[in-house]
Design a protein around this ligand. Structure first.
Ligand code: UDP
Ligand code: MG
Length: 323
């Protein structure tokens, strides 16, 4: 890394995905700088501009022009925060890499705790948000997701962990080996293993702009998480099928006995309709689940790059061939 002092020991790279954060990048750097300077580490900051359409990119150019330790890459369009984090991890050169949001909801004053735990040997240090700061719905949503994810993927996703995380170089290399297209980064952080530690923190209010996520984006994301970490939704249909067929067999035996032995009349119209609708529904659901997986398989086999970098700011050397 040419613009960092060679002899100063370990380097921390702070990776920050940004989408239309023109009002945030300046204040964020102002808040980060004293904290980073207070660490006993060399540092640099890598912004990943995820296809912003406001003045974020010119602001990043200006910041990088004034401070050589600030760099940025800019995507050719919006690829999503997961891809932005993937790019950040591939471009980051630090001995440890911290990922954080741009909106100061991941407060910089906690960074020294992350670094301390890293120095004590943890390879992955998660920020764990204090849920009290969230609205009720968002909290319920995230709790339900954690339970469902835990059951389906069989992986413990520590409760309340967010994309405020510090990775040792070895964990970064591990993450960089996972180049799947539908990315559930939080799950991947836990999947790679290593010694982990947790830093509980209070989520701040978003300082400027609005959240980039809505209910549907979150639902999509939750589905991505489950489908890319579990094949249980796919496999369970054979069991459901066996169960239903057995039920149907017993039910038909019941009718057989009822009509043959007890000579009862069989008025079956409503139950017939209900059964038809019920099983049509079950079949649709199971087809839909298969569709979710096939869609993702299709995405994977196309082997498109995860993201396309249109510009590198403040970076020495030729553009890297990534994605
Ligand atoms: N972000 C991004 N690409 C996206 C959406 C969000 O890079 O498609 C960035 C955003 O600029 C911010 C971080 O991801 O730095 C978290 O976004 P946000 O604060 O909107 O999410 P929330 O805090 O509501 O989960
Ligand atoms: Mg936020």
């Amino acid at each position: 890394m040419p613009d960092l002092p060679q002899s100063s020991g370990p380097v921390l790279t702070v990776v920050i995905p940004v989408l239309n954060e023109e009002g945030m990048v300046g204040p964020l750097v102002d808040a980060l700088r004293p904290v980073l300077d207070g660490l006993d580490l060399a540092w640099d900051i890598l912004f990943v501009d995820d296809g912003s359409t406001d003045r974020t990119l010119p602001r990043l150019r200006a910041l990088a022009g004034a401070e050589p330790r600030i760099k940025a890459i800019s995507f050719s369009r919006n690829f999503g925060k997961e891809q932005a984090m993937a790019a950040g991890l591939r471009y980051a050169k630090g001995d440890c890499v911290l990922i954080m949001d741009a909106d100061l909801q991941h407060p910089p004053e906690y960074i020294p705790q992350f670094v301390r735990l890293w120095r004590q040997g943890s390879k992955v240090v998660f920020g764990q948000r204090n849920h009290i700061a969230d609205g009720f719905l968002r909290r319920a949503y995230s709790d339900i997701f954690h339970v469902v994810f835990g059951v389906l993927a069989g992986a413990r996703l520590p409760r309340g962990i967010v994309d405020f995380v510090l990775l040792d170089r070895s964990a970064v290399e591990a993450m960089n080996m996972l180049d799947e297209r539908s990315r559930f980064t939080k799950g991947m952080f836990t999947w790679i293993g290593f010694n982990t530690a947790v830093v509980p923190f209070d989520v701040g209010e978003r300082l400027a702009g609005q959240t980039r996520f809505n209910f549907w984006k979150l639902l999509r994301f939750a589905l991505d998480g489950i489908v890319s970490f579990s094949t249980l939704p796919l496999r369970m249909w054979s069991y459901v099928g066996v169960f239903i067929s057995l039920g149907a067999l017993l039910y038909s035996l019941y009718f057989l006995i009822k009509t043959l032995i007890f000579k009862a009349d069989v008025p079956g119209f409503p139950s017939l309709l209900v059964a038809i609708f019920f099983f049509a529904g079950v079949q649709m659901i199971s087809l839909g689940v298969i569709g979710e997986y096939i869609g993702r398989i299709f995405d994977e086999v196309k082997r498109r790059p995860l993201y396309i970098v249109a510009e590198e700011v403040g970076m020495a050397g030729t553009p890297r061939d990534h994605g």
